[in-house]
Design a binder for this molecule. Structure first.
Ligand code: NAD
Ligand code: DAU
Length: 338
């Protein structure tokens, strides 16, 4: 199987590429990544010499480049490439529109050009954030109406609608997954868990938005990768699959767990101004993928957070290098005087 992965130098993409090449010894992967601030070649440096892995630096919004990659002969495209951080989308949505919406459109148009001679499966990686926010009860199902609240989630929902339309109108063999909050190795330290771990290790404050009682449904990244593999191989074209961790936790309790595990004082927690338009609660009903493809998450939060903390302890060079220059400017903009 020959797969084009977009955004493979980011967090989930790099975990997926490693998982996929290990699981399928005959498979090969082309990874196209623009290497934005979130893309890091070091995330896949162990594969640099593999004959089954090929890296191309490029933008998914570059139509001639996408066409040249599709012409290489592919079985599937998995679209991870995105601007992925909600806070950055609030600061400036433009890159989110360009990559998440226009970039996805370029990929779809490229596939349309070659269809039906080339029947390349297109797995689009979406997010549970397209459904909006929940009250104290209930969970997102695939039929839940889309109600995105941030520029990030609105851009992801727009892309989902285009992917859906290209199946409905042109018959393209597409699949969409909507997963909850991932954590694990190689996550950029702007996201809650790696930020809390690395700040605690540096004895810095842990900034918690608002009252910290917002709820996210956490999933270990390897469980997500296994679900994507199943959807890619056995998912029904035109369908959406929700993926979740069955692991609802408040942000405050996540921060406290990390401090306790690292033996650091809870007094490092600092409550800061809330995120504008902050979604209160996410929870995923993943009974469809469980029923149809036999998937359930395997890694408990206790196990996953220990693995993740250990990874950040053993890879300090990786995140300390990131937390310099541009990152420090971002951090000051985001957290100073908040
Ligand atoms: P990330 O920010 O870590 O990585 C994104 C990658 O995309 C980076 O390597 C970046 O360089 C690349 N990229 C950005 N713009 C590009 C462009 N125009 N062309 C080519 N490459 C480009 O993101 P992540 O957390 O790994 O998320 C991957 C995907 O999964 C995203 O689509 C995101 O919306 C989705 N998702 C993430 C989570 C999560 O918890 N992180 C949960 C559900 C869904
Ligand atoms: O639900 C899936 C989504 O999860 C993905 O689609 C996004 O790409 C991914 O970034 C993530 O979005 P969130 O906004 O939920 O993740 P983040 O790690 O930014 O924040 C998690 C929660 O923690 C959220 O309620 C905001 C809060 N938070 C975050 C940061 C960075 C804090 O309280 N303090 C912080 O410093």
């Amino acid at each position: 199987m020959r797969v084009l992965v977009t955004g493979g130098c980011g967090f989930i993409g790099s975990n997926f590429i490693r998982y996929f090449l290990k699981t399928y010894p005959e498979a090969s992967i082309i990874n196209v990544d623009k290497l934005t601030y979130a893309g890091n070649l070091e995330n896949l440096s162990d594969l640099a010499r593999s004959s089954r892995y090929y890296f191309v630096r490029g933008d998914i919004a570059d139509a001639p480049l996408m066409e040249s990659l599709v012409k290489k002969g592919l079985d599937a495209i998995i679209n991870f490439a995105a601007e992925s951080h909600v806070d950055r989308s609030i600061e400036d949505p433009s890159a989110f529109i360009r990559t998440n919406i226009f970039g996805t459109f370029v990929l779809l148009e490229t596939l349309r050009k070659f269809y039906p001679q080339e029947k390349i499966r297109f797995l689009h990686i979406s997010t549970d954030e397209v459904y909006g926010s929940l009250g104290e009860s209930g969970s997102f199902r695939e039929e839940t109406p889309l109600s995105p609240n941030s520029p990030y989630s609105a851009s992801k929902a727009s892309a989902d609608m285009m992917v859906r339309a290209y199946h409905h109108t042109y018959g393209l063999p597409v699949l969409i997954t909507r997963c909850s909050n991932n954590y694990g190795p190689f996550q950029f330290p702007e996201k809650l868990i790696p930020l809390m771990i690395s700040n605690a290790m540096e004895d810095r404050e842990l900034p918690i938005y608002g009252d910290g009682l917002q709820i996210r449904d956490w999933i270990y990244v390897e469980d997500h990768c296994r679900a994507l593999d199943l959807v890619l191989h056995r998912g029904k074209e035109g369908e959406v699959y929700n993926i979740g961790g069955k692991c609802e936790k408040t942000n405050l309790s996540v921060a406290q767990t990390i401090l306790d595990r690292l033996g650091k004082p809870r007094s490092l927690i600092r409550f800061v101004a809330d995120r504008p338009g902050h979604d209160r609660r996410y929870a995923i009903d993943f009974s469809k993928i469980e029923r149809e493809l036999g998937w359930t998450p395997r890694v408990s939060f206790e196990e996953g957070i220990d693995l993740t903390i250990r990874w950040y302890q053993e890879h300090q060079e990786w995140w300390r290098k990131i937390k310099t220059g541009e990152y420090l400017e971002y951090y000051r903009r985001m957290y100073q005087n908040r």
